[in-house]
Ligand binder design. Sequence first.
Ligand code: ADP
Length: 254
Amino acid sequence: MLENVKSVILVLSGKGGVGKSTVSTQLALTLKERGFKVGLLDVDLCGPSVPHILNLENENIHQGTDGWVPVYLDKEQRLGVMSIGFLLKSRNDAVVWRGPKKTAMIKQFLEDVYWQDLDFLVIDTPPGTSDEHITVMENLRQIPQCSAIIVTTPQEVAIEDVRKEITFCRKTGISILGIIENMSGYQCPTCNECTNIFSSGGGKSLAEISKLQFLGCLPIDARVGKLAGQGLAAVKELPDSTTSKVLNDLVTVL
Ligand code: ADP
């Protein structure tokens, strides 16, 4: 049920593995730390990684009188998480589903989760522009404020996929908040110097060409991978990082 949601932020990427779930999770945590009431909804059927990142893989969803109850990360219930991964017996289950089953699942997921009043619902979507995305968009029409953040890596090949994502948003009428370039150089944990392992600046130039806001570069941070799977306390250890600065700046434009 989305009636009680003030604002939805879709996190999109042209392809998988560029850090969409990492950005979604970090953004939800940043918003919670800033005092907002937040929901994090993971509808990435191809690879629901939010339960892993937040160490919630053994959580089971239960049905309350008003719908599915999200898993709350804190006792104040400021951050609720719902992932398609909670419902799958095996991570490979959804991969073999046909399109109609996938879209039915996403529809049910959007309609049947009982979110209490939320300031923000962050949605981690599957990569690309598929039927699943159209289902998500159709169900979001009732939300007054709905916008998208596009995550890319600096390489040209990822950027090409992002162009399709931008076209998709424009065709479906979803406003784009901007582009984040993830894994943009390696930041040395000892001296903080950033080395551009791959090309750099692709996200920024794409933002300029597409007349979109560039929301910043997130470096490859060795702690991101290490902390995944260790739960909330570990994920919160990133506050002094570049990632945290970029996301805090982003929160101010939401
Ligand atoms: P997606 O949701 O786009 O498939 P993920 O967020 O699951 O991508 O990230 C893919 C992998 O890359 C994960 O192992 C994650 O820990 C790692 N990763 C993502 N962003 C960063 C980063 N900025 N620094 C280091 N590792 C990262």
